[in-house]
Design a protein around this ligand. Structure first.
Ligand code: HMG
Ligand code: MG
Length: 305
């Protein structure tokens, strides 16, 4: 018997061009990134995290942010999101007219220091003027909350730390928060506890899941979040990615795998899985590797038969 009522539609945020590519050691031409974004939007994705306005010394792969943002042929109805860690990043992003900016904080102190070089409290002080400026400019503000179940430096992270960060984000006007398992160590009940902590401060439609798949738990964690009623998830085409400050963590759940799961459950995403697989094949070929998506590998093998 089905005891859960699942959402009828899930909103996907494609993070491959940003989270997926930020960790690539070899520079990838901006033209390839632009082509990837175009293919993703052609596949029906309506929300794409394109790039980051961070220091090129810290994340060299995102140094071409202006070129990428300016090179995309924008489609109406698509939300183009970018990461902005501070006012310098926000001011640089403004020229490229993002629809949404993402400030990114951490539930754990150590990851905050490694990733953005400041404490959690200091990060909120940095984000506050960014959030105010974005909202004054009519730009939606999402907050990414890293390490909500585990931290590469501190180990297990308590749900209270997630609640504390969510409250701080809410206090400065962040409109939506992503519950991120940066390391991909979470399991369903721990992930549900992290969401419950975030939901003390945000409505259900204001939270989303961001699951790296290092331990193969991302789809199970997605199902656990769906059971709470969460209806927005980040995913990365071909399972690309990782974070430079979470060594050993693999990419986000592959968008293809997530779409297959959702469509199989009768949940609409608006995404054309075959076109998405082509986008994944395109970027995998550009990187010279096989796709990290099991669904893509299975369906490509079937096509080849
Ligand atoms: P900092 O060194 O503390 O900043 O970096 P600072 O203000 O002291 O400035 C130092 C230098 O950086 C100066 O340049 C600034 O101009 C420059 P210099 O005078 O030495 O030549 N600078 C900048 N340059 C470009 N864009 C900027 C910027 N700000 C300062 N916005 C900073 C602070 C946050 C910038 C740095 O730590 C940084 O860039 N970190 C990168 C963090 C990052 O991109 N991490 C990966 C994304 S987060 C993620 O993947 C997690 C997520 O997926 C969710 C999950 O899975 O958990 C979202
Ligand atoms: Mg991430």
């Amino acid at each position: 018997m089905n005891t859960h009522s699942y959402p009828s539609h899930v909103h996907l945020v494609e993070v491959g061009p940003r989270d997926g590519l930020q960790n690539e050691a070899q520079p990838l031409p901006a033209a390839v990134k632009i082509e990837l974004v175009q293919r993703l939007q052609a596949a029906g994705l309506r929300h794409i995290e394109v790039t980051s306005y961070v220091s090129p010394k810290w994340v060299p792969q995102m140094a071409d942010k202006h070129e990428v943002m300016r090179g995309i042929q924008r489609q109406p109805g698509v939300c183009y999101a970018v990461l902005t860690p501070n006012l310098k990043g926000f001011e640089a992003a403004l020229a490229d007219r993002p629809d949404e900016i993402v400030v990114f904080g951490s539930a754990s102190e150590a990851f905050s220091q490694k990733n953005i070089n400041c404490s959690v409290a200091e990060s909120i002080e940095r984000f506050a003027p960014v959030v105010a400026a974005a909202r004054a400019a009519g730009i939606f503000v999402r907050g990414a909350m890293s390490c909500t179940v585990g931290c590469p430096y501190e180990g297990e992270v308590a749900a209270q730390q997630v609640g504390r960060l969510a409250a701080l984000m809410k206090g400065i006007g962040v409109q939506h928060v992503g519950v991120a398992d940066t390391l991909g160590v979470g399991t369903p009940l721990k992930v549900q506890r992290a969401f419950e902590a975030a939901l003390q401060h945000y409505e259900l439609h204001q939270v989303s899941g961001h699951f790296h798949d290092t331990y193969g738990q991302a789809l199970a964690n997605t199902l656990a979040a769906l059971q709470l009623g969460v209806a927005q998830f980040d995913a990365s085409v071909a399972g690309l990615g990782g974070c430079p400050y979470a060594r050993g963590a693999s990419g986000n759940v592959a968008t293809e795998d997530l779409v297959y799961l959702l469509h199989g459950m009768g949940i609409d995403t608006g995404v054309d899985l075959e076109a998405l697989i082509d986008a994944g094949a395109y970027i995998s070929a550009a990187l010279g590797r096989t796709s990290g998506s099991r669904v893509a590998r299975a369906l490509l093998a079937r096509r080849a038969q």
